[in-house]
Write a protein that binds this ligand. Structure first.
Ligand SMILES: NC(=O)c1ccc[n+]([C@@H]2O[C@H](COP(=O)([O-])OP(=O)(O)OC[C@H]3O[C@@H](n4cnc5c(N)ncnc54)[C@H](OP(=O)(O)O)[C@@H]3O)[C@@H](O)[C@H]2O)c1
Length: 332
């Protein structure tokens, strides 16, 4: 089988290679992968920024979809022929709180013709989606779902989204399906126009308007109910400005720095809730799948790349040329 391996950290550490086809051990399934998708984390892993102590070589990518082609003797809930997606955390569910092993980082990932996954790391694919669409769900969509759930967003609330990458565009789709108002920021007017076409109510160019937090507060009337915080250090203060009293920050990323200087009294004065989020549990993923089916939500795919462009797809995500998701066609 063909696969990619991360053999060393840095710009040139990813290599396409060949190995013998795998067979399943107890508790495992073999998935013939059809599509995989890229998250910013995959770039950080490849560069060695995410966890420099990861064991290499590693098959990259947490997110993919395909068809089950073999199962271990004790696997009962899945059968050969099932269309499935990977699950981000292989050992995190509502009854087991350990959460140590994530696909494509602590365990082998899915940028491979045949992925070996524990049965805990596989879920049926939502039937209304193509394989390309379904491959985008396990990290970015589940994270956006968990962020919005943490703030109990309902119709009429306002959600503030930073940038137009994978998580934020899923946040837009979920928030609109809930009947919420969406304000989205971007460094690109063209991307903001596209976000409007997807349903965003109000937009702010954060490059042209560095005080976008106060602008979002004004646009929302009395402050936004939740910010999905992808920027971290460089954006956190503006997020506080944007929030209403009792608002929520769902903190997931640190694209603009891991340390923030904040006025804690502003957080106290506004009764702000801050939630650290690490994607979500398998049950969160299942609940999100049901929501996507109910509301007929289809992920926004910006770029589809061939298998032999796998390394380019991973390293290219940091150039921010995409809106929504980048996928790799493994059959190509
Ligand atoms: N904790 C978790 O569970 C979790 C899960 C998923 C992702 N994350 C993190 O969340 C972040 C986004 O992930 P992703 O996969 O959605 O990334 P992505 O698809 O690569 O999106 C990146 C986009 O973020 C926007 N951006 C970059 N710097 C910004 C800034 N200073 N202010 C506002 N927007 C900015 C840009 O949008 P424009 O081009 O429109 O300006 C850029 O295109 C990453 O840090 C990732 O590691 C965390």
């Amino acid at each position: 089988m063909k696969l990619f391996e991360l053999r060393s950290f840095g710009d040139d550490g990813l290599t396409m290679t060949e190995r013998g086809d795998p067979s399943p051990c107890l508790g495992e399934v073999i998935v013939k992968m059809k599509f995989a998708s890229i998250n910013f984390r995959d770039f950080m892993i490849a560069k060695g920024f995410y966890n420099p102590n990861l064991s290499l070589p590693l098959i990259p990518l947490s997110c993919g979809s395909g068809e089950v082609v073999a199962i271990g003797n004790d696997v009962v809930d899945l059968k050969v022929g099932d269309d499935v997606t990977s699950v981000f955390w292989q050992d995190w569910n509502n009854t087991q709180q350990t959460r140590l092993v994530s696909t494509g980082s602590d365990a082998a990932g899915v940028l491979t013709e045949y992925a070996v996954l524990p049965m805990s790391a596989v879920l049926p694919m939502p039937e209304h989606l193509s394989h390309a669409e379904a491959s985008t769900l396990p990290c970015a969509a589940v994270t956006a779902w968990t962020c919005i759930q943490a703030a109990s967003i309902k119709a009429g609330d306002t959600v503030l989204l930073q940038g137009t990458g994978g998580v934020s565009i899923f946040g837009l789709q979920i928030a609109k399906a809930l009947g919420a108002n969406v304000i989205i920021t971007s460094s690109s007017d063209d991307k903001l126009d596209r976000a409007k076409a997807l349903g965003a109510d109000q937009t702010i160019n954060y490059k042209d308007n560095p005080d976008w937090g106060h602008e979002a507060f004004k646009l929302s009337g009395s402050g936004v109910n939740v910010v999905i915080e992808i920027g971290g250090g460089g954006t956190f203060e503006q997020s506080i400005f944007a929030l209403c009293n009792g608002g929520h920050i769902s903190l997931i990323g640190a694209l603009s720095g891991i340390k923030a200087e904040v006025n804690l009294l502003q957080m106290v004065g506004k009764n702000i809730n801050t939630h650290g989020i690490t994607v979500g549990t398998k049950e969160d993923h299942q609940a999100m799948n049901e929501f996507f089916i109910k509301h007929d939500i289809h992920p926004i795919i910006d770029q589809e790349m061939n298998f032999n462009q796998g390394a380019e797809a991973i390293m290219g995500i940091a150039s921010d040329n995409h809106m929504g998701k980048i996928v790799v066609n493994i059959d190509s």
